[in-house]
Design a protein around this ligand. Sequence first.
Ligand SMILES: NC(=O)c1ccc[n+]([C@@H]2O[C@H](COP(=O)([O-])OP(=O)(O)OC[C@H]3O[C@@H](n4cnc5c(N)ncnc54)[C@H](OP(=O)(O)O)[C@@H]3O)[C@@H](O)[C@H]2O)c1
Ligand SMILES: *[C@@H]1O[C@H](CO)[C@@H](O)[C@H](O)[C@H]1NC(C)=O
Ligand SMILES: *[C@@H]1O[C@H](CO)[C@@H](O)[C@H](O)[C@H]1NC(C)=O
Length: 246
Amino acid sequence: MAFMKKYLLPILGIFLAYYYYSAKEEFRPEMLRGKRVIVTGASKGIGREMAYHLARMGAHVVVTARSEESLKKVVSHCLELGASSAHYVAGTMENMTFAEQFVAKAGKLMGGLDMLILNHITSSNNPMTVFIDDIDHVRKSMEVNFLSYVVLSGAAMPMLKQSNGSIVVVSSIAETAMTGTAGIYNAEASPKEECALEIIKGGALRQKEVYYDSSVLTPFLLGNPGRKIMEFLSLRNYNMEIFINN
Ligand SMILES: NC(=O)c1ccc[n+]([C@@H]2O[C@H](COP(=O)([O-])OP(=O)(O)OC[C@H]3O[C@@H](n4cnc5c(N)ncnc54)[C@H](OP(=O)(O)O)[C@@H]3O)[C@@H](O)[C@H]2O)c1
Ligand SMILES: *[C@@H]1O[C@H](CO)[C@@H](O)[C@H](O)[C@H]1NC(C)=O
Ligand SMILES: *[C@@H]1O[C@H](CO)[C@@H](O)[C@H](O)[C@H]1NC(C)=O
C-alpha cells in the first residue's frame, strides 16, 4: 500500500495528465483536403462511410473490396460529395499479389499516398466456433485480417515516407461478433457514420489510439496504462534514432 501511494499513484497521475493534455490539437476538415487516401473494405459498412467523409472533406480516394458493383456506386457518390478524385480497384485480400499491386495502382492513380486506412475484415458466420474446429478458416482469417495488412503497409511505406503520411488500422469486436454473441456480449453496435468520422479525425491528428465508445471508462481500460508505463520506462534504454535510421 505504501509503495502504491508513494510511487504508483503519482506516476499514474502524470500519465493521465500527459494523455489528456497532449492530444488536444483541434481537428479541421481542411486537414484532409487534397490528401491522397486509400480505404480498404470500403464497399459497405464503416469503410464506405469513411470514404464518404473523406470525399466531403475534398480528399482523393481509392477504395477497394471484392464487390465491384458496390465499389462503382461508392466511387460515384464520392464524386457527388466533392472528392478531389475517386477510383476503385476490386480484388480479394486473400491474394497477397493483389494486395501489393493494388497499392502500386492506387499510388499511380493519385500520384502518391498520404494515408492508408486498413479496415477490411473477412466475415465469419459463426465467430465463436472459429478457433475450435476449422483451422482452414482460422488461416484464411489470419491472411485477410492480418497478413494482407502487413503486405499493404510494406508496399505503401516508400510513398508514406515521402509524404510523411500515416497508416490507420481499424479493429474491433466486430458487428458479426455482436450479433453472433447476442446475450454474451451486451453492447449496441455503434453508428457507422460517427464512428467513421472519429477514425478519420484520429488519423489526421496522428493519435496513437482511438477508442470509439460512449463510455468514458473504455479508453482508459483499453488504453492499458500499465503497458504505457512499461513502454515509457523501457524505451529510455533504447536509442530510437539509431534504430529508426538503420
Ligand atoms: N460494425 C461494428 O460495430 C464495428 C465496430 C467497431 C469496429 N469495427 C471494425 O471496422 C472495420 C469494418 O467493419 P464493418 O462492420 O464496417 O465490416 P463490414 O460491413 O463487414 O465490411 C467489411 C468490408 O471488408 C470487405 N471484405 C470482406 N472480405 C474481404 C476480402 N476477402 N478481401 C477484400 N475485402 C474484403 C467487404 O467487402 P466485400 O465483401 O465486397 O469484399 C466490406 O467492404 C473492421 O475492422 C471492424 O473490425 C466494426
Ligand atoms: C492474384 O492477384 C494477381 C494480381 O491481381 C493476379 O494476377 C492473380 O491471378 C491472382 N491470383 C489468384 C490465385 O487469383
Ligand atoms: C512529419 O510529421 C511529424 C508528425 O506530425 C512531424 O513531427 C514532422 O515534423 C513531420 N516531418 C516533416 C519532414 O514534415
